[in-house]
Design a protein around this ligand. Structure first.
Ligand code: ADP
Length: 202
């Protein structure tokens, strides 16, 4: 199966683009969604996180305090690596398991930190970057999350720069206009990926 890695900075529109691919009938695997499922109460990943970071990252109802965990790992590289060592192998296992059960010309795998970590590059045929100017990213994330401009800017600074991400791209979706404009770009890419998947079966 032909594999597309979909990435982009926070608020660039990855989830929105992924939804539009799914509308075309393309299977979408979202590594962020898998991470959320794996850290739900009752899952072994949550127990491992509790053992590594303590009760400070667990809410009173036993669920993960995502904001506290984000703060904990944001400025502490060692803690971030520890969290990655818990989550990444488990996420990868779910991705591989899901892929094995799929039968489609191509699949889109959403990987927010693809450029930063290099994860999954070994299995991808193409990298699709969703791009937009930083001020648009900041405005979207502020509207979605209630974070301040400073907080969103700090998250952006911890991610790859726009140019670095674009340099890794085989395909780029510029998401600055309406959702309708996005739909047209995705329809074009969908046809291209269907062509690739028949020309270069992998
Ligand atoms: P990401 O998954 O990259 O963080 P999202 O797809 O969640 O980004 O988009 C961030 C926010 O911006 C969401 O609230 C989404 O609905 C909105 N959004 C994304 N693309 C557009 C667009 N072209 N027009 C208007 N709003 C958009």
């Amino acid at each position: 199966m032909f594999m597309i890695g979909l990435t982009g900075g926070i608020g660039s529109g990855k989830s929105t683009v992924a939804e539009l691919f799914a509308e075309q009938g393309t299977p979408v695997i979202d590594t962020d969604a898998i991470a959320r499922e794996l850290t739900a109460p009752g899952n072994a990943a949550l127990d491992a996180i509790r053992a590594a970071f303590g009760e400070a990252v667990i809410l009173a109802d036993g669920s993960l305090d995502r904001a506290a965990l984000r703060r904990r790992v944001f400025s502490d590289t060692g803690a971030r690596h520890q969290l990655e060592a818990i989550l990444h192998p488990r996420i990868r296992q779910v991705v591989e398991h899901t892929l094995a059960a799929l039968n489609a010309p191509y699949v889109v795998i959403v990987i927010p930190l693809l450029v930063e970590t290099g994860a999954y590059r070994d299995m991808l045929d193409r990298i699709l970057v969703v791009d937009c100017p930083e001020d648009v990213q900041i405005a979207r994330v502020m509207a979605r999350s209630g974070l301040t401009s400073e907080e969103v800017t700090a998250i952006l600074k911890a991610q790859s720069e726009r140019a670095t991400r674009l340099a890794c791209a085989d395909d780029v979706i510029l998401n600055t206009a309406s959702r309708e404009a996005l739909r047209d770009q995705i329809a074009t890419l969908h046809r291209r990926y269907l062509d690739f998947s028949t020309i270069q079966p992998s």
